[in-house]
Design a protein around this ligand. Structure first.
Ligand code: PAF
Length: 284
């Protein structure tokens, strides 16, 4: 059974008892198989695994789902016990933010595009909490899902720019057999919406196929965008083909030397906003 910890002081004493390397998996709870794949990768990589569960208010805008975000600590810890982790750090908001933080992480220009356009304060809040939890746990390695690709790129950039002593590892997206990317927000989808939501993965698959057959970033974007824009029940927010490291638009800046691109999309299905992405190669 993992040890459930809710204060920073208890976290420090529990960490002091551990010898060997430590891997961190940060979550907001409502755990699913996607999170467990991060935990399994963490277990492979280090002697000990710490999982944090905290619904971080700083990364939700005023009209977003902070209040309704699923909170199910008992079910989450039970699920983590099936895989086996050392520590679960699940602090209250007052423990993490005893007062409004005055010193803030500025995530820079990469946080103002795509997710950052629709969710202007999101990445500042994400980096604030990620920086804080990395400082509290001081892991050797931290695992983040490829599903939140822009978040991943920003975390890597923060760690590089601030010389933070941690290795960041990405874990591929977990999908249901239908192709839908696993997300805690999938629980909001009704039966018909679930079927409509499959269009996101289908649009990305079409784009990937086009890239495989030699299409340019613009052609890849257009084929995926057309499919999703016409998909019933789906309201497109954005679809673009970007550099996975910088989130620059490859239609504008061209294919980078590393040849990798990422088709990214966000769309509403009913009132649920979903994101997804797929890696593509443009170097033949
Ligand atoms: O990806 C998430 O679940 C969150 O953004 C994270 C990294 C746990 C920070 O709150």
């Amino acid at each position: 059974m993992s040890e459930l910890i809710s204060t920073k002081a208890d976290l420090r004493s529990a960490l002091d008892q551990l010898s060997g390397s430590v891997a961190l998996v940060m979550t907001m709870g409502a755990l699913h198989e996607g999170h467990l794949s991060l935990v399994r990768a963490a277990k492979e990589a280090a002697d000990h695994v710490v999982v944090s569960i905290f619904v971080n208010p700083l990364q939700f805008g005023p009209d977003e789902d902070f209040d309704s975000y699923p909170r199910q600590l008992e079910a989450d810890t039970a699920l983590l016990d099936t895989v086996g982790v050392d520590l679960v750090f699940a602090p209250e908001e007052s423990e993490m933010y005893p007062r409004e933080p005055l010193v803030r992480i500025n995530p820079g220009p990469m946080a103002t595009v795509y997710e950052g356009t629709t969710r202007p304060i999101h990445f500042a809040g994400v980096l604030q909490v990620v920086h804080k939890v990395l400082n509290l746990v001081r892991p050797d390695v931290a695992f983040f899902g490829q599903k939140d690709a822009q978040q991943l790129a920003l975390i890597r950039t923060m760690v590089a720019d601030l010389d933070m002593p941690v290795q960041i590892q990405a874990v591929p997206i977990k999908r249901e057999e239908t192709g839908l990317a696993l997300s805690s927000r999938n629980t909001y989808l009704g039966e018909d919406e679930y079927i409509e939501a499959l269009a996101l993965n289908q649009a990305l698959a079409l784009g990937k196929d086009a890239a495989r057959h030699g299409s340019s970033p613009e052609q890849v974007r257009d084929v995926s965008m057309k499919y999703l824009a016409e998909a019933p029940g789906v309201k497109l927010d954005y679809l673009a083909v970007v550099d996975p490291e910088t989130f620059e638009d490859l239609v504008e800046v061209g294919v980078p030397a590393h040849g990798r691109g990422l088709i990214i999309t966000a769309a509403w299905v009913g009132s649920t906003r979903l994101i997804d992405n797929r890696e593509v190669r443009f170097d033949g």
